[in-house]
Ligand binder design. Structure first.
Ligand SMILES: Cc1ncc(COP(=O)(O)O)c(C=O)c1O
Length: 346
């Protein structure tokens, strides 16, 4: 839609404008088509209007007040969300081990970090999702303006977003959910509940699990704070329209019957993997993050065996367990290969 709207009329214009490659691919021919669509804001194409319409359609799909396309990852979405609702000197509740962009966002906004810890799962060697009980003591001690939550965690544990939103409402704080690893959640009932319709701001990386190009992402907003102005503080004034166009296509695919069926089929394949590998234990709240351990092997040993003997590289390992990330592009063949490998490890 994005590109077809923009390139519908045949262009006979001579553009004396940026970008200087003039939609020719003489420098790096492997990206031939990308150059063709890499345009700037000209009167003829007017891509800003097309972008605005695409973002409005996305907002309808997600059921949000506003959805913005990002070409600088969830990092930029988290920073913009904090800039939108935090004034210098405001207290911001932040997980001590959060992704570095959380603290960077607070620094940029001039906020004051108030740290919280979450429970640790010794049986999986990873942190669990934040609980109301991890957060409430800080509300009693400080006037908190905004709360940053990571859900799901890197290894696939989710927080009770509904309860945390209620807590934030009780104390008049904004809730920002870093759902970087949960971009498929709005499109399947088999996956954890997404924060997109609940939190004040939810940030999702399309590139991590949803098939997007690096580093495409989304920020969803459900409050009156001005996310557009916050984004203007940090985003380039020369956005990449090929990337923005890919975001729209990505969302349309996830929302299509084909996209939803692909997610369902992946979930079914992983459920099957669980049943055919009775020697393994599987953990976490998000089935698409295969958090696995095998008795008598440490996570590091399991990771090494998978790598050396079966040519399989995991996403993240700790002393107890190993996490293999899947996403919308994970083929059935890949899941089968993993199942075959895991079955052979005793
Ligand atoms: C929990 C979490 N939040 C945010 C980010 C940043 O995401 P992006 O790479 O899309 O900027 C990451 C990246 O690994 C992450 O793991």
């Amino acid at each position: 839609m994005f590109f077809s709207n923009m390139f519908r009329k045949k262009c006979r214009k001579l553009f004396f404008t940026t970008p200087s490659h003039s939609q020719e691919y003489f420098i790096f021919h492997k990206l031939k088509n990308l150059y063709k669509y890499d345009i700037s804001e000209t009167d003829f194409y007017s891509p800003e209007d097309v972008l605005e319409a695409a973002e409005m359609r996305a907002s309808e799909i997600y059921g949000t007040k506003k959805t913005k396309f990002l070409t600088n990852g969830s990092t930029s979405g988290v920073i913009a969300s904090v800039l939108a609702c935090v004034e210098p000197g405001d207290n911001v509740l932040v997980w001590r081990d959060a992704h570095p962009c959380h603290l960077n966002a607070i620094k940029l906004a001039g906020g004051v970090p108030v740290y919280y810890d979450v429970k640790f799962s010794d049986s999986w060697g990873v942190p669990l999702g934040a609980g109301v009980e991890d957060l409430e003591p800080s509300f009693v001690q400080h006037k908190i303006t905004a709360v940053l939550i990571t859900s799901p965690t890197y290894e696939g544990f989710v927080a009770d977003i509904v309860a945390i939103k209620r807590l934030c409402e009780k104390y008049g704080a904004y809730l920002i959910v870093d759902e970087a690893h949960g971009a498929l959640y709005p499109f399947s009932d088999e996956l954890p509940l997404s924060a997109v319709r609940i939190a004040d701001f939810t940030v999702q990386s399309l590139h991590k699990t949803a098939g997007g190009l690096n580093p495409t992402a989304l920020v969803h907003c459900n409050c009156d704070k001005d996310i557009d102005s916050a984004l203007k503080l940090i985003m380039t004034t020369s956005p990449s329209y090929p990337m923005l166009g890919s975001i729209e296509a990505n969302i349309n695919f996830l929302n299509s019957k084909r996209g939803r069926r692909k997610i369902e089929s992946l979930v079914a394949q992983i459920k099957k993997l669980h049943t055919v590998c009775p020697n393994c234990q599987f953990g976490g709240d998000d089935i698409l993050k295969i958090l696995v351990k095998v008795p008598n092997f440490s996570g590091y040993e399991l990771s090494e065996i998978l790598y050396d003997k079966f040519n399989i590289e995991d996403e993240k390992t700790n002393s107890v367990s190993t996490m293999l990330l899947t996403g919308i592009g994970t083929s059935e063949r890949k899941v089968l290969r993993l199942a075959q490998a895991l079955k052979r490890i005793y």
